[in-house]
Design a binder for this molecule. Structure first.
Ligand code: SDX
Length: 375
């Protein structure tokens, strides 16, 4: 048996052709299907990136138009799912609502247990299309607001903001949301994706795999971090208060949410570079203080702990400036990541070996059974 690798640190679990993360000296490189994240951030859009992750190639103009139409056709929720969302406690975390709705969608799919490529792609399109609707509908239901149904004249990102806020978003907001979805679309074997692959390795249905991923993402050490970053920004409230806040938090041995990464330990996450630029742009346009506070916190964390911001750190001020409630931040992450999750589930189905590591046993052994009356 091999050495124990806590948290599977630096363990290469299997091969994948979806995302590549390379730490090349001072730079980190992230590619989706071989395309650099900075090129995709500059030139692409979320529908095109979702297509790339699922099919492995950039679409032609016709292929993209068809794919976008297929997503539009699948945006609306069955009335039974809307009914489910109205019966959930309005105090449920929106990620609990999301995973519950995914589970319910599975009960309505007569092909639920089929894992062929064509049927899996169909399930993937259905989930990619419906994630924004589930999140927007649950939010409006819990706020006691009327549902805003999908508008097929709007692209994926614009339609989400429209369903969430009930008004057409500005072009800047759409571009910001779309860029955020691109940057969150995939990231190799992160915890939630790996959870999905473990489930897929048993040939569990796609809904079960996505519920596993959604349940994993909510954790504050993973996708749940951005909500806590926002809570921190609100607590700090003014840039000049950041240094003392960070110093005292570190002195108390507490984690600073939005910092550190299992892979990007000493080089900046390339997604953070894009998100920081976006956060600055949005904060300027909205004349909001969140970016300035974020920069002050980043400087202090680097000073006291030599840690770099991760993808969740600047996402917080981007979402706040897009008018997204704090507890929906991790749902935004999921709306982007569902494309990566489904691509990895399909890849696992098609190159499968059951994922079943070993444990180094450290408990008591050889104990003699004692009847209960003698204990
Ligand atoms: C995401 O994997 C992915 O790809 C994830 C993700 C994706 O796209 O899917 O990138 C998205 O989940 C980003 C991470 C969001 N989580 C957070 O921001 C939570 C705060 N971060 C940490 O908890 C931590 O940095 C992790 C969980 C992200 C990584 O933890 P590791 O690799 O297990 O490192 P570690 O916990 O062993 O820490 C190493 C050292 C420790 O110091 P010592 O105890 O050895 O002295 O660094 C310290 C830690 O205390 N440390 C921190 C810290 N992160 C690490 N100290 C204070 N604040 C932090 N945030």
């Amino acid at each position: 048996m091999g050495e124990v690798a806590d948290g599977l640190k630096d363990i290469v679990a299997s091969e994948s052709s979806i995302s590549r993360i390379e730490l090349e000296g001072e730079e980190a490189v992230l590619e989706y299907r071989g395309y650099n994240i900075h090129d995709l951030a500059k030139h692409s859009n979320y529908e095109e990136v979702a297509y790339l992750l699922l099919y492995g190639e950039l679409p032609t103009k016709t292929e993209l138009e068809l794919f976008s139409e297929e997503l539009k056709e699948r945006r609306e929720l069955p009335p039974q799912v809307v009914g489910l969302l109205t019966h959930l406690s309005p105090f449920s975390h929106p990620m609990v609502a999301l995973r519950t709705a995914v589970s319910y969608l599975g009960t309505m799919d007569r092909n639920i247990s089929y894992t062929s490529h064509e049927i899996s792609i169909e399930k993937a399109k259905n989930l990619i299309a419906k994630f924004p609707t589930i999140v927007a509908y649950f939010h409006r239901i819990r706020m006691g607001e009327k549902l805003v149904h999908p508008d097929d004249s709007l692209n994926h990102s614009a339609n989400f903001l429209y369903m969430l806020h009930g008004e057409e978003p500005t072009e800047t907001m759409v571009k910001a949301m779309d860029l955020d979805f691109i940057l969150h679309a995939d990231h190799e074997f992160n915890a939630s994706t790996f959870a999905a692959r473990v489930a897929a390795s048993t040939l569990a249905d796609m809904y079960a795999c996505v519920v596993a991923a959604t349940g994993t993402l909510i954790g504050p050490l993973h996708g749940g971090a951005a909500q806590r970053v926002m809570e921190m920004l609100r607590e700090v409230a003014l840039p000049w208060r950041a240094d003392q806040y960070v110093r005292e938090k570190i002195e108390r041995g507490e984690r600073i949410m939005g910092f550190g990464h299992r892979v990007y330990r000493s080089v900046m996450d390339p997604r953070t570079v894009e998100l920081k630029r976006l956060a600055e742009k949005l904060s300027k346009e909205k004349e909001s203080k969140w970016f300035e506070i974020s920069v002050a916190i980043e400087e202090s964390v680097r000073k006291y702990k030599n840690l770099l911001p991760n993808v969740d750190f600047y996402s917080a001020s981007v979402y706040a400036n897009l008018g997204i409630p704090d507890d929906l931040f991790v749902n935004i992450f999921a709306i982007g990541r569902i494309a990566g999750w489904t691509a990895h589930i399909i890849e696992q189905y098609e190159t499968n070996t059951l994922i079943r590591p070993r444990a180094r046993y450290v408990g008591a052994t050889g104990r003699k059974y004692i009847p209960i009356d003698e204990r």
